[in-house]
Design a protein around this ligand. Structure first.
Ligand code: FES
Length: 100
């Protein structure tokens, strides 16, 4: 995407996912599930999954895999990333139910 294409839109970066120094649930799940190694791909996975989970809070494993088809990781083999995404979805659902 060119910068001009984002004119007038909000932009979410990986730096904006945490709040007051506390990791977002998805970030925490990446840490818990060892879903990164070198970290080169991690920002892309986190941003992709943040948007995906905001639209699909209760995804199947296949839906998560489909959502990540545009992201490449040379290190992890994806299994831990998928597990982190599903765990984060579950935690976020639990948190939103507790807040209601
Ligand atoms: Fe190294 Fe994904 S963690 S490329």
């Amino acid at each position: 995407m060119f910068a001009v294409q984002a004119h007038g839109h909000d932009i979410q970066t990986v730096e904006g996912l945490s709040h007051e120094g506390e990791l977002a649930p998805l970030q925490a799940c990446f840490r818990t599930h060892h879903a990164l190694q070198c970290g080169y791909c991690t920002a892309g996975f986190l941003i992709t999954l943040t948007d995906f989970l905001s639209h699909n809070p209760d995804p199947t494993e296949e839906e998560v895999r489909q959502a990540l088809t545009g992201n490449l990781c040379r290190c992890t083999g994806y299994t831990n990333i998928i597990e982190a995404a599903l765990d984060a979805a579950k935690r976020m659902r639990t948190n939103s139910e507790a807040a209601a």
